[in-house]
Design a protein around this ligand. Structure first.
Ligand SMILES: C[S@@+](CC[C@H](N)C(=O)[O-])C[C@H]1O[C@@H](n2cnc3c(N)ncnc32)[C@H](O)[C@@H]1O
Length: 401
């Protein structure tokens, strides 16, 4: 069983991941969806040929890594070793008060329970601060007799709903209508708060870490998500180690850890496949028409567009992109080629996908190392199993003041 990471293990693991990601950049940075031929196909022809012959169903099951040509099995094994992480220690969190989970979707409640039962701080928190709290379900779940709770949220309806729920349960909670990106958000972090942030997106949790370091904040528990929701075009490393790294990350790269589709049902999957096959078919058409071997970004389209015959779909999309269509395109052939490309893209993406978790752990370690530089004692581990939420990494940071 792997264990969670702390102290010098954080930087050792970061350096190993950094090296792995840099060494194999050409395997995970280019996207098969937008590039007809990937550079690495020349370096690994056997693997490329094999993957291009696999079916859509093969990509879907994504099994038998061992049976694929080199270097796939070796990379899969390395990625697994480099991302091995154990659970953080569990606490004996008292059971939730009666009916506290009413109106919380089942899955969300399970995530909250898991998060709340892994906050093994050395000192007993006195005042919880729920950062980007939504209705504040997590904060309420944590609140014990003698403690206080402040919830920060910028959606006024969620603030009101949260306040009503806390009042209903007679809890000493204050729900504050606050944009955490605004300059006045720092004041909420003063006074030895224990801050929790469950799935606060990109900039929102980064802002928390920066402010918390400057303020007197004692304890932090952060489960990051949406690494690509940032205001700038390129990733800004936080720790000295990541600042020294040669790895440059674009918004596209930052989306890689979030690209898995865990829970879609059959109908949604079919819709997604059709939409992508059509886009890929249109992509072939636009390359012919523009006589440029270059991807043309297209906007997301209403699902109803999938009901249109393929020719109409392409004509409407071409009009939207102000692309004049000449000659007599072979619509049936293009549509079939789109499906064929979908199978190839999905299978080639299996290589890229090997780097999803390594990149995510690299990003989270950057956060962990930053907090350590700021004087926190940091632990990084899991708070729940992957199927409950793929964003299952938790940073616990604590310092004495
Ligand atoms: C993914 S949700 C997580 C909510 C809650 N922590 C949970 O786990 O259920 C992110 C929350 O952040 C809020 N939010 C987004 N931007 C914000 C900002 N600038 N200031 C405060 N809250 C924000 C959203 O309204 C939303 O409720």
């Amino acid at each position: 069983m792997p264990s969670y990471l702390h102290s010098h293990h954080l930087s050792t693991r970061f350096q190993a991941l950094d090296q792995f990601l840099i060494e194999h950049q050409q395997l995970w940075k280019p996207r098969p969806f937008t590039t007809l031929r990937l550079d690495w196909e020349t370096t690994h022809p056997e693997l490329a040929t094999h993957l291009r012959q696999c079916s859509l169903a093969d990509a879907e099951t994504d099994s038998a890594a061992d049976a694929l040509p080199a270097p796939f099995p070796q990379l899969a094994q390395q990625a697994q070793q480099l991302t091995a992480l154990g659970s953080l220690p569990q606490t004996d969190l008292p059971p939730a008060a009666h009916r506290l989970d009413v109106a919380v979707p089942g899955r969300k409640w399970q995530q909250i329970e898991a998060f709340a039962s892994h906050l093994a701080f050395h000192h007993q928190p006195r005042h919880w601060l729920d950062w980007c709290s939504g209705k504040g379900h997590l904060g309420r779940r944590l609140l014990q007799p003698g403690q206080q709770l402040t919830c920060l949220e910028y959606d006024a309806e969620l603030v009101a709903a949260g306040q009503a729920l806390s009042a209903h349960h007679h809890l000493p909670a204050q729900h504050v209508h606050q944009d955490v990106m605004a300059s006045d958000s720092a004041c909420h972090l003063a006074g030895e708060k224990s801050v929790v942030a469950l799935h606060a997106c990109g900039d929102l949790h980064v802002r928390l870490m920066q402010l918390a370091s400057q303020q007197g904040c004692r304890q932090l528990a952060i489960a990051p998500c949406c690494y690509n929701r940032i205001a700038v075009q390129h990733y800004q490393p936080l720790s000295t180690a990541a600042q020294a790294s040669g790895l440059q990350l674009s918004l596209d790269d930052l989306g890689l850890p979030l690209s898995e589709t865990v829970t879609a049902g059959a109908r949604v999957r079919r819709q997604r496949d059709t939409s992508m096959a059509r886009r890929l078919g249109f992509d072939l058409l636009q390359r012919q028409q523009r006589q440029r071997d270059e991807y043309l970004p297209t906007p997301s389209l209403p699902v109803a567009w999938l009901e249109k015959p393929f020719e109409q779909y392409c004509r409407d999309l071409a009009e939207l992109k102000q692309l004049p269509l000449n000659g007599n395109p072979d619509w049936a052939a293009l549509e079939a080629a789109g499906w064929q490309r979908l199978a190839e893209v999905r299978n080639l993406e299996r290589v890229r996908n090997l780097f999803r978790r390594p990149l995510e752990v690299w990003l989270v370690l950057d956060r962990a190392l930053f907090l350590e530089e700021q004087g926190f004692e940091v632990r990084l581990g899991l708070f729940c199993d992957y199927p409950l939420t793929p964003r299952n990494l938790l940073i616990l940071a604590e310092r004495d003041r």
